[in-house]
Design a protein around this ligand. Structure first.
Ligand SMILES: [Ca+2]
Length: 247
């Protein structure tokens, strides 16, 4: 099977998945891939049955139903059956579906990563070990990502609230920005070897960046600053960290 990744809008994908059947398609940030019916574990149940015009529409219904993990489509009757784990009284009998096409549905994020739908990104908040900024960036890169970058005011406010909701100690997080100069307050979001936008002035905590220890060239989001940004020392300031993974 050709395993090409395709990123489409939902509407475009409705069209393209018809012609490109057999590929692994990505839409609404989920993949669906055709599988043999015997690959479905017996623990799954029918959670919805409906009639739709295409298998792509069937897949979209599966994406919209959080419990859905598989969907089955009958091209003759245009029947769509969604399988999940939230309705165990509705038994699923493989024998009734042997002529149907069967698809599995997976989140587009790598394993154990959280998909943040509002901002179309996969992240992982690491609270199992405290690292300095350099080691945190290396840990993210070794895991296939980078320290998380912030792209907008809305995204910044979302993560402020998310961090504030976490009950962890210490309650600060390394993020992916560094001082690159020439002025001391010229901090930029970085991902791998790439340099992105300058850190916005309204994302700093009051009086920051202050270069208090004269080598505060990295940033963290801390509860002491209401999760606004503070410049911190890259090499010794130990904190939790947030990795981002590109789709
Ligand atoms: Ca500081």
């Amino acid at each position: 099977m050709v395993r090409a990744k395709m990123l489409f809008s939902v509407n475009l994908c409705i069209v393209l998945t018809i012609c490109c059947f057999g590929t692994r398609a990505l839409f609404s940030n989920h993949y669906f891939t055709q599988i043999p019916i015997n690959n479905i574990p017996s623990i799954y149940h029918s959670v919805a049955s409906l009639t739709v015009s295409t298998k792509a529409l069937c897949g979209i219904h599966c994406v919209r139903k959080p419990s859905c993990r598989y969907f089955l489509f009958n091209v003759t009757s245009l029947s769509c059956n969604l399988l999940g784990l939230d309705n165990p009284t509705d038994a699923f009998d493989l024998n009734n579906y042997v002529t149907w096409e069967v698809f599995t549905l997976e989140s587009a994020c790598p394993n154990s990563k959280q998909y943040i739908e509002q901002f179309d990104k996969c992240i992982k908040i690491n609270t199992h070990i405290q690292l300095n900024w350099f080691d945190a960036q290396t840990a993210c890169e070794n895991d296939g990502g980078t320290l998380m970058i912030i792209n907008s005011d809305a995204e910044f406010e979302f993560f402020q609230q998310l961090f504030a909701s976490l009950i962890v100690s210490p309650d600060f997080f390394h993020l992916g920005a560094r001082m690159l100069g020439p002025a001391y307050d010229d901090f930029y979001w970085v991902y791998g070897a790439n340099v992105g936008a300058k850190v916005k002035s309204n994302h700093w905590a009051p009086s920051q960046p202050d270069n208090l220890f004269e080598d505060e060239y990295c940033i963290a989001s801390r509860s002491d600053d209401n999760f606004y940004l503070n410049d911190i020392t890259c090499a010794w300031y130990q904190g939790f960290y947030v990795c981002e993974y590109f789709l």
